[in-house]
Design a protein around this ligand. Structure first.
Ligand code: ADP
Ligand code: MG
Length: 381
């Protein structure tokens, strides 16, 4: 339990204090199931970190351990260099917002925001006037002052989540934890709230950990993204670096569509049935998979010197900034259809139809081999 040197002492009582988070070799099992394996992570103060991974990868469990709602079987948690591993959730001064943050239905918006302060022991509780003032400021911050007297049932989903956030912030947390806070909202509202949360984070400068299974949300919102898979960290990186240099096939697959040529390498070429690509440098022979993102491939009507990848147009999507083609390999196989984007100008010049033949020209490719932990990236031209 809390001792005299609680984490709260590290921060001022007034305003928001920056807190770094250190996770050291965190392990967590539920019965015989190991939900987290040896998680170590350093989150500098003021950073907004996204925990990204498929359902069941351990994101919520890790967040609950940081909050103190769950205890780890092994490992340490430090806030601002102080060991909080054994500190009770109440002593950790973290705020959290969940996907379905139940607001109290019988309380107004203002009373919901004030709740955590109202129930503090008398010694710690600010005066009624002080609480009113703080609630007013928070409602202004989440731009919902005009709804102070309403009840939760009179709010939209997005407004409820903003109130939930105001309620979390009322306690002046040093760390803010968010578990799929926008998961239940529709796409447009999600996007708006995402931008709004990022601005709020930058303005207030707390340290935030944000859970999502949505790649776009993680890449757009986070300073750094932690990709999790089966209770382990696959990769930690800034969004651009993560996207440019995924360290594993798992991360690659998880971050969006990928075009794959799976084949055998011999004589500096990777080949499968009719298809082949000549690699810019020598690589040991054997089985391999070349991954290419939609924008790392061009389409032409004739093959080039370094690749022979015949494709047939399967579908054409004109909606969006570019025209997206789905293409079926001809005389070779791929785990899924290839996808390549072309500009609307290219589309107008070429006027492709369903069933048309063309050739893929790789500009960049990422080669995975069974004996290598991380891919080799190649550039042509
Ligand atoms: P995520 O948030 O990434 O979807 P969770 O952290 O919720 O994943 O769960 C990770 C794994 O741990 C899942 O397989 C889940 O079933 C299991 N798990 C989580 N909480 C419990 C619990 N209280 N008891 C048993 N198993 C649990
Ligand atoms: Mg979860």
């Amino acid at each position: 339990m809390a001792s005299g040197s609680s984490a709260g002492d590290a921060g001022a009582t007034d305003g928001f204090t920056l807190m770094s988070i250190t996770l050291e070799n965190i392990d967590k099992s539920f019965g015989s199931f190991r939900a987290l394996r040896d998680i170590s992570l350093e989150i500098p103060d003021g950073e907004l970190v996204g925990l990204l991974g498929p359902s069941g990868s351990g994101k919520t469990t890790l967040l609950r351990i940081i909050a103190g709602l769950e205890s780890a079987n092994a490992g340490r948690i430090l806030f601002h260099g102080q060991d909080v591993t054994r500190l009770h959730v109440r002593e950790r001064k973290v705020g959290f917002v969940f996907q379905h943050y139940a607001l109290f239905r019988h309380m107004t918006v203002a009373d919901n925001v004030a709740f955590g302060l109202d129930v503090l022991p008398r010694r710690q509780r600010p005066s009624a006037a002080e609480i009113r003032k703080r609630v007013g400021e928070l409602l202004e911050m989440v731009q919902l002052s005009h709804l102070a007297g309403r009840y939760p049932s009179q709010l939209s989903g997005g407004q409820k989540q903003r109130i939930a956030l105001a309620r979390a912030l009322a306690m002046q947390p040093q760390i803010l934890l968010l578990d799929e806070p926008f998961g239940a909202l529709d796409a447009k509202v999600r996007k708006d709230l995402r931008r709004w949360l990022r601005n709020l984070h930058d303005e207030l400068n707390f340290t935030s950990v944000f859970v999502t299974h949505d790649q776009e949300e993680a890449l757009e919102l986070s300073d750094r993204v932690v990709v999790m898979s089966a209770g382990q960290i696959e990769q930690v990186d800034r969004p651009q670096a993560l996207y440019a240099r995924p360290v594993s096939q798992f991360v690659f697959d998880f971050l969006g569509h990928v075009n794959v040529l799976a084949g055998e390498i011999a004589d500096q070429r990777i080949a499968q049935r009719d298809a082949w690509i000549r690699l810019p440098e020598a690589v040991p022979s054997g089985a391999a998979q070349l991954y290419l993102r939609p924008h790392e491939v061009r389409l032409q009507l004739h093959p080039v010197d370094h690749a022979y990848l015949p494709l047939q147009v399967e579908s054409i999507s004109l909606v969006g900034a570019e025209v997206r083609l789905e293409l079926r390999p001809c005389g070779w196989d791929a785990p899924q259809l290839w996808e390549v984007g072309i500009t609307h100008a290219e589309y107008n010049g070429w006027q492709p139809q369903r069933g048309d033949r063309c050739f893929a020209v790789p500009d960049v490719g990422h080669l995975f081999r069974p004996d290598c932990a991380s891919p080799g990236t190649f550039y042509w031209g």
